[in-house]
Ligand binder design. Structure first.
Ligand code: GTP
Length: 730
């Protein structure tokens, strides 16, 4: 019986993926890839390898493993921290691929969209399934670029655990903070991987400190690096007191030596490791009562006697409780430290069972994702990730159920659990997946098909792309009738444009990119309006009086109030129409036609001639609200972005000078190794084309991250310039 099916996302050929767990429902866990219309493979798995390409070595793992041996994990990080490189190494060591992919050469498995390979960045999440030492790992590589934050959210909400990858020379960066917060929201147990230990400026200590300070997390140091930057050659396993050294003659890092640390050969390292292990034991005992009892009882005199296995179990529990995060290190590029990372994934991150999802189920057509390839399978055991096809009316965030009664039962249970929520450990959230928070798009532009005849094709393409990516918004300009694309950033819109061309064969034209402004009013204003129209032999007559006044909410939804004189009976039949009218008026402000925020609308009086249609009531209210908004003093609000620029010391002054010209407001300049990190705010309108400008200013030595902070009032001079420009006066 099909009970709960939670749609996580859709794609162009409508392939959401499904997470199946062990009771009576299953949910869509990750929408991963577009399905190409190729013939699906049969169930004779022995014939699969040849069919899905030379790169894939083995598909024996299609056989269902027990749920305790499944790990559904994501990889998350700041852009360029090395997620894709780490994923490629993981795939190679697990035997999934035969050769090492390289982002710089554009031949990775997970970055398979053409744009990803061309630009060397991850845009869409890719899913791969592989085995590691008897465990089945379903892994999702997520994008790091700020324009694709929603894609990261889509993935996080369906994962059981995550690996956060850091650039060890930079520590916690802006985007890491964002994804970390998202992972907190979805309560995802994590382990940290300090990558790029080989890079000049890499510092294990610095990166660990930044995890402690910026993420406010308690790092559990499970490894120590042997050497740093140029001298990095291996690591110490603090739990087992072993050293792991990679063979310098091995090109691919497959061979490495694991040896117990001995007093005779490594006295210093052994001392350092023993201290780190003792500190780790104390730290874990502090967080886990069961372990504390063990340590205080049997092993209080000598922690050295404590078996590694006991410590590992306790670390697993602490990781699951999210009271601390295991920290590991390595260099994906130099092929060091990835196998122990995989061991840690299986050892410390939870199985779906431990995350208490309650699902199990069968579906008529299931596909296993192998990046851009899919293999049809007949069934899947609990805890796995798979894709399903053909759900045409379902979008991201939906829950599908097999019958009304099961839906009601699930809702009732969620409600009951919701009531207990404050007392108990939030059972309701386990039952239903949290929704995806869709960020407000800050840019928009017009999009036109090559000819009027192609308009329906464009609409179809946009509809499909929107189902896959809800952060893309499409609307019609009521005045010009043009189609408007609203997105998260320049790159986001560029990629959508490119995908329409490549995937739907449509050459479209984009208008200039524009900032999504908002408007508000500064004082109250009243207006009255009458609409009197006779259609056929029916007279429609409405008279309305409204007041618009500013309030402090930072919300696009107007607060709607009714004067006491308005009769309840009248409201019963016309409230919906009144509110529709108010909302539609607030969508198009009087200054720029942008949405109006922070307003309250009071309906002071309403008279309706008997037989007047509700559409006429809506139209009259809308016109009257627009009149009131027009009368008030008005203000344009512009998106203000949080900006973080990391730049080599030598280039700090040109960057600051440039930001001053962009109306930037610098809050703080931090020192991070040899770099300066500039933190501040800048209006979005001033930051268009910034990546190119920054590259030129700093000879490519700087990176930046951008995130919407708030909408702020423009100063009168800038507002006038903008209004004049929009009305064609300048
Ligand atoms: N020195 C050094 N460079 C690395 C390491 N890992 C990755 N890189 C380099 O860092 C750059 C970014 O690597 P990616 O793997 O694409 O990073 P990413 O986090 O997937 O980037 P996005 O997909 O754009 O978010 C590439 O030039 C890699 O070669 C490492 O361990 N050491």
């Amino acid at each position: 019986m099909l009970t709960n099916l939670r749609i996580f996302a859709m794609s162009h050929q409508t392939i959401p993926s499904v997470h199946i767990n062990n009771l009576c429902c299953y949910k869509i866990r990750a929408s991963l890839k577009r399905l190409k219309p190729y013939v699906l493979l049969g169930r004779n798995y022995s014939s699969l390898p040849g069919l899905i390409g030379n790169d894939i070595k083995s598909l024996h793992s299609v056989i269902n493993p027990p749920i305790a041996k499944i790990r559904n994990i994501g990889i998350m990080a700041h852009i360029d921290a090395g997620k894709t490189t780490t994923t490629e190494r993981i795939l190679y060591y697990s035997g999934y691929t035969r050769s090492l992919g390289d982002v710089d050469d554009g031949d990775t498995v997970t970055d398979f969209m053409a744009q990803e390979r061309e630009r060397g960045i991850t845009i869409q999440s890719a899913a791969v399934t592989f085995d590691w030492k008897g465990y089945r790992v379903n892994l999702i590589d997520t994008p790091g670029h700020v324009d694709f934050t929603l894609e990261v959210e889509r993935c996080l909400r369906v994962l059981d655990g995550a690996v956060a990858v850091f650039d060890a020379s930079a520590g916690v960066e802006a985007q890491t903070l964002t994804v970390w917060r998202q992972a907190d929201k979805h309560k995802i147990p994590r382990i940290c991987f300090l990558n790029k230990m080989d890079k000049t400026g890499a510092s294990f200590k610095y990166a660990v400190e930044s995890i402690r300070e910026k993420l406010k997390a308690k790092p559990l140091l499970l490894q120590l690096p042997i050497g740093e930057a140029k001298t990095f050659k291996g690591l110490v396993d603090v739990v087992t007191k072993e050293k792991l050294l990679w063979n310098s003659n091995s090109n691919d890092g497959k061979d490495f030596e694991r040896k117990s640390l001995l007093e005779v050969s490594d006295p210093e390292l052994l001392k350092e490791t023993t201290e780190a292990r003792n500190a780790l034991i104390e730290q874990v005992a502090d967080l886990d009562d069961e372990f504390a009892d063990l340590v205080l009882g049997e092993f209080s005199e000598n922690f050295d006697l404590l078996p590694a296995e006991k410590l590992q179990h306790a670390i697993h529990r602490v990781t699951l409780a999210q009271t601390a995060v295991p920290v590991l290190c390595g260099s994906a590029l130099k092929n060091k430290g990835v196998q122990p990372l995989l061991d840690a994934v299986t050892m410390y991150l939870p199985s779906p069972e431990e995350r208490n999802y309650e699902f199990l189920e069968r579906i008529s057509r299931l596909l296993l994702p192998f990046a851009d390839q899919h293999i049809e399978i007949s069934s899947l055991t609990a805890g796995n990730i798979a894709l399903t096809v053909g759900l045409k009316h379902t979008a991201t965030g939906d829950t599908l159920v097999s019958s009304k009664s099961s839906a009601l039962a699930a809702a009732r249970r969620a409600e009951r659990e919701g009531e207990k929520k404050h007392r108990q450990n939030n059972e309701a959230e386990r039952l239903l997946l949290a929704g995806v928070e869709i960020p407000e798009p800050v840019f928009f532009c017009t999009i036109e098909p090559p000819s009027v005849a192609k308009q329906p094709d464009l609409e179809h393409a946009l509809k499909c792309l929107q189902r896959e990516d809800p952060s893309l918004k499409v609307r019609l300009d009521p005045d010009s009738g043009q189609t408007i694309l609203c997105g998260m950033g320049e790159l986001h819109i560029e990629i959508i444009h490119d995908r329409i061309k490549r995937e739907y064969g449509l050459e479209t034209y984009l208008g200039p990119l524009q900032v999504a402004y908002r408007e508000t009013i500064l004082n109250s204003a009243c207006a009255t309006d009458t609409l009197d129209r006779t259609l056929g032999d029916k007279r429609h007559l409405v008279t309305v009086e409204v007041e618009a006044r500013p309030i402090e909410t930072s919300s696009l939804m107007p607060v709607i109030e009714y004067a006491e004189s308005i009769s309840e009976d009248l409201l019963k039949v016309s409230q919906q129409a009144i509110e529709n009218g108010i909302h539609s008026a607030c969508l198009q402000g009087p200054l720029l036609g942008s949405p109006v925020q922070d307003v309250a609308i009071t309906l002071h009086s309403l008279t309706v001639y008997p037989g007047t249609s509700t559409t006429m009531i809506s139209a009259c209210v809308s016109r009257c609200v627009q009149k009131a908004l027009k009368k008030a003093d008005k203000q344009v609000l512009e998106p203000l972005m949080n900006l973080e620029v990391t730049v080599a010391r030598d280039y700090l002054s040109p960057v600051l000078g440039d930001l001053a010209q962009r109306r930037g407001n610098i809050q703080e300049i931090q020192t991070r190794q040899d770099n300066k990190v500039v933190i501040g705010f800048v209006p979005l309108a001033e930051i268009m084309g910034y990546s190119t400008a920054l590259r030129t200013l700093t000879s490519g030595s700087a990176t930046f991250a951008l995130e919407l902070s708030t909408y702020q009032a423009m100063n009168p001079q800038d507002q006038n310039t903008l209004l004049n420009r929009r009305s064609g006066l300048t």
